[in-house]
Design a protein around this ligand. Sequence first.
Ligand code: BGC
Length: 878
Amino acid sequence: MLEIKEIKINYENNPMGLWGNPQFSWVMKSHERNVKQTAYHLQIATDDEFTTLAFDSGKVEDEQSAHIVASGFQMKEATKYFVRVKVSTTAGDSDWKEAFFVTALAGPQSWLGKFVTAETIADKDNAKGTYVRSTFSVNKKVKEAYAFTTGLGIYEFYLNGEKVGEDLLTPGWTAYHKHLLYQTYDITEFLVEGQNGVGASLGAGWFKGTMGFIPRRNIYGDCTAFLGQLLIRYQDGTEEIIATDESWLGHDSPVEFAEIYDGEIYNANKEVPDWSKGPMPAGDWKPVEVVSYDKEVLQPQSNCRVKAIDTMPARKVFVTPEGDTVIDFGQNMSALIEATATGKPGDVIEIWCFEELDKDGNVYLDNLRGAKQAMKYTFAEAKTATYMPKFTFMGFRYAKVVSWPGTPKAEDFIAYAIHSYMEPTGTFECSNPDLNQLQSNILWSMKGNFVDIPTDCPQRNERLGWTGDAQIFIRTSAYLMNVYTFFDKWLTDVAKEQQPNGAVSQVVPDIITGYAGDNWLMSQGTFGATAWADVAVIAPWTLYLTYGDKAILAKQYESMKGWIDFMVDYSEDYIWSFGLQCGDWVALDAEEGSYFGATPEDLLCTAYFAYSTGLFVKSLQALGKEEEAKEYQELYQNVVDKFKGTFFDENGDMTAQTQTSYIVALYFGLVPEGLEEQTIEGLKRLLAKEDGHLVTGFIGTPYFCHALSQNGALKEAYELLLKDDFPSWLYQVKRGATTIWEHWDGIKPDGSMWSADMNSFNHYAYGAVGEWLYRAVAGLEIDENKPGYLHSIIYPRIGGDLEYVEAAYQSIYGEVGIRWEVAEDTVKLRITIPVNTTATVKLDTEQIIEADGLDFVEKNGQMVAEAGSGVYRVVMKR
Ligand code: BGC
């Protein structure tokens, strides 16, 4: 029995809004072992009976089940395509498996609509909400209908009184003037015969509202606007297009104020009943103005859109010692609260969201800095109202009830955790509950900060796409969820925001370059920081590793090269420096009150120069650019030699005695030959000096456990991971953290807080240890030579007094999984390898007790077996 479990199209299920020839892949399931695909058959049709074929591959004798491109397939715009695949394998043939996708518009020439606004220049400095709308009639039987919509600001699209789709915060945040996404919707079911009403509700969003830690508004423009185009295909074969133009009308909405940081103010007295229904509703509607905007920058977005993903009912409502009424949702997150209250005219619901209680159990707002994170609703009539803001989001676990008609109860509040829609791919569980909580905290920090772009934090007046944070965390995130589309989109902006000299911005979208003002930190430079800018190379490489897809390397090639060449241009004898370097950000070995860790800048810059150049060489090889690969290989060797010759002294010690120096040297392969032993001993010594604790920042922390476990210090790696006193990952867990903190000492052992000027409790950077849990503890590792888990390396590192670990990753081929369980003097393992892939199983043992058909041989003190797909139960001696 062989079954196709699912078909992915551009890594998504049934994507809405594609343009360009997509990639297909499929996951197969079989109870047999060593199953390989021998042939596939892919069809694309315009009907679900597959009578009108747009593409037919015929039977293709090929093992490949991912990255399949239907060559020769010409897609038509605004069309639903049905896809089916069947395969032949060594375990028999499958049935057809079906999926679909809907295409977007073919390009700028297809846009007939104009951006329209209900605002005037007098609204430049406000953040009120507006409506734009129109009416059209449908007098024939509709076959199908699609809408293509976007906005300047945040928009919600409505038809006949109903919101279309479940997306939030559309069109998301991109470098708007270079890259603006539009969304595609199937609106067939929304249309009615006769008069139809169509409209959009708009808010300031990232486009026009105040953004940045150096507050600035109207960054991208002075007014919000909506662009929409509806295509209706009738059963009689005719078509009609309804598009935004001068005939549309505008009105203020009940949203008196809405911005990303500060929240939303909604006044029900200003509601316009039936505003998006047909025919024309009452109200003081005025003609819209047309806003000119370059349509060349429009690109379709498929399914990776922000949505309400988790429903989080309030756990309790309590009163603090200072007398505030506070709602506890039990989980720090990015979310929107839905509040239900019964009030009379003039009654007000007002709620302020925040992350932590202070040491006395009172409301702590200081770390939000300028962000208000408030929601306010004014009743117009006596009724039970349910209100959830739409043009903002908040980062919080708690909320203070500032105003409420009556007495609030927990059941009056539900929070909806929001993030970009990505399929969960990783699960990890073990016998240590604190480690499980850490894993959950990592996942929740990912959710909280994958709100359209990868942000540093979701609560204070920042929430920016800090490139270093994303670089550090990408590998962990790629275990937890299917991040391909998410990062593909953001990397487009990384490239578009790159400086002419190749330097990569510290934040993407870049709203700080040129506007640093007198901010002492940023005035030093806003691009070209080591480890931050390296995202341009590390992120595409990580996507290539995880999904085996060369397309991302090809797409980002110029951007990757630009960054490497920048380092070349700004280096002298392979040591480079430029502007502001963030260094080993917020490391504990920083001087009191400083953000900058003790590891010297030149050492870190050279280390990353080597690391990124090495990855670029591998990327060039993957792309078949052999000549260029040779050229950069020479550069790589020179940088590595320079590092070895400069940052090790004549005694073989590192010139900088910091944990991070040793970590980067070990993990990036920069240790001079013969000094391997001395270098790992050096790191162990620096660790022992801190009584086994880390004092590392953003650069050293992610690789700390790897640097140890890859160099014979597995015991120390586990000890480090499992430390639970300050400073450590589990210290946060013991202090009740539900997400990852920005600082090891966010809350100090005495209960006091790190300075409120920068103290986020939802910052994923230190959660990068999640990668070690999957790659080392569970041992689910990628083979660089056959990426995308086409060949896996299963090498679990048993230790840490863990009794069992169970982890799985849903790869593009299916589940790669492991369970290991320690008995007295044996370890039992269950290993899962997906159909059409292979794996090398490596175990640290002298003896395999049960091999379950695998052929283990002794190699360098390990037992190693090559395995085909299937589930294997192995028992080894401890
Ligand atoms: C952010 C960090 C970021 C850093 C770099 C901070 O304000 O929150 O996560 O990487 O600045 O300067």
